[in-house]
Design a protein around this ligand. Structure first.
Ligand SMILES: C[S@@+](CC[C@H](N)C(=O)[O-])C[C@H]1O[C@@H](n2cnc3c(N)ncnc32)[C@H](O)[C@@H]1O
Length: 334
């Protein structure tokens, strides 16, 4: 389906049409026809707003804000929220075309409810992607780990979904102290094992030069294993690039001036768009916030329908897309 085919469905709605992006100020999308969408990519309310002053300690994490302040979109009871998940997923299934995909952000405490709701709606959740935020701000709290990840449930309606395994968008991972320790621990275990195996084969005590040889061989063993793994993940050689697409990604969360308290980084959205859809496909974000998905869609050359019920966010989103499109048009003349 073409985005302009959907314009008649927007008649009478508060909306703006900008290039291939349609922004709608509404709290639902019952007006969208069945099977009209190629990818639902959305970041709904997480229902984890807290009445505490956590926000003063956890900049840059999903616990950073009472997201909705007085707006009331992130303060349902758990049962109300589970019920909403069911209603949303039924609607996602209705508007997705067969073979269309979805990617839905979710807090860890509701992952199993979202996955069950998707299955009940006859969609197929396939993987949960962990989004690691290298720039999450560490907090000096002794009673709980910092919150440095979010989760995205990916899946399809039916089969034969688009999956562009060879895109490579991940931002450079920042290796943490814990990971360095885990990797060195693993490497030293392999080295130790190789040394023991070699020593076990000897009848007499080895000479110093023999020990050096054994240790060097053991280290070479680790180096080969590490190189093979890295080639599989990072090499551009044909046949080896992206042999596997990992179920985690690293993207810095949006820092500094935000249009929305839970604004998603455009590069993460572009990664998901380009992994799960084709150019000119029609995307839907029914919880659009500041229209980050609109910006990502413009850059990745997709069409998008963005629905946001809060007038202030809807207007900020419209301005954002207008500014982006006019700066793109401007650069054509420079
Ligand atoms: C988690 S935020 C999305 C933020 C967005 N990803 C961004 O980058 O700016 C969820 C948004 O959904 C909106 N919302 C909540 N319930 C809605 C509904 N029923 N229909 C449309 N929008 C809704 C809220 O106003 C909020 O802006």
């Amino acid at each position: 389906m073409n985005i302009s085919d959907l314009d008649t469905n927007l008649v009478g709605k508060t909306h703006t049409a900008q290039g291939d992006i349609r922004l709608v100020n509404d709290d639902g999308f019952t007006w969208l026809p069945d099977q009209s969408i190629d990818l639902v990519l959305t970041d709904p309310p997480f229902n984890i707003a807290r009445d505490t002053n956590f926000h003063t300690y956890e900049g840059n994490t999903i616990n950073s804000y009472r997201f909705d302040a007085e707006k009331g979109w992130d303060s349902y009871t758990p049962d109300e929220f589970k019920d909403l998940l069911k209603r949303w997923t039924v609607e996602f299934e209705r508007v997705l075309r067969p073979g269309g995909s979805f990617a839905i952000f979710c807090a860890d405490e509701y992952l199993s409810d979202l996955i069950s709701a998707l299955k009940d709606a006859k969609l197929k959740p396939r993987r949960t992607l962990t989004w690691r935020k290298p720039n999450a701000v560490p907090v000096n709290r002794k009673h709980m780990m910092m919150s440095a990840c979010e989760y995205i449930v990916l899946g399809v309606k039916g089969s034969k979904a688009v999956f562009n395994a060879d895109i490579d968008f991940n931002e450079e991972p920042e290796i943490t102290v814990q990971e360095v320790i885990a990797i060195s621990d693993k490497a030293s275990t392999i080295i130790d094992l190789e040394i023991r195996k070699a020593l076990d084969k000897l009848d007499t005590r080895p000479s110093a030069s023999r020990i050096k040889e054994i240790v060097n061989n053991a280290i070479a063993e680790v180096a080969t294993a590490a190189a093979e793994r890295s080639i599989n993940i990072y090499s551009e050689d044909e046949g080896s690039a992206q042999l596997c697409v990992p179920n985690f990604v690293n993207f810095n969360s949006k820092a500094g001036n935000r249009l929305h308290p839970t604004e998603k980084p455009v590069n993460l959205l572009r990664y998901l768009i380009e992994l799960l859809s084709k150019p000119d496909d029609v995307l839907l974000d029914p919880f659009a916030g500041s229209s980050s998905l609109g910006e990502a869609a413009v850059i990745s050359k997709r069409s998008a329908i963005l629905v946001e019920r809060d007038k202030e966010f809807y207007e900020k989103g419209s301005k954002r897309i207008e500014t982006l499109l006019s700066s793109q048009a401007q650069s054509l003349f420079e």
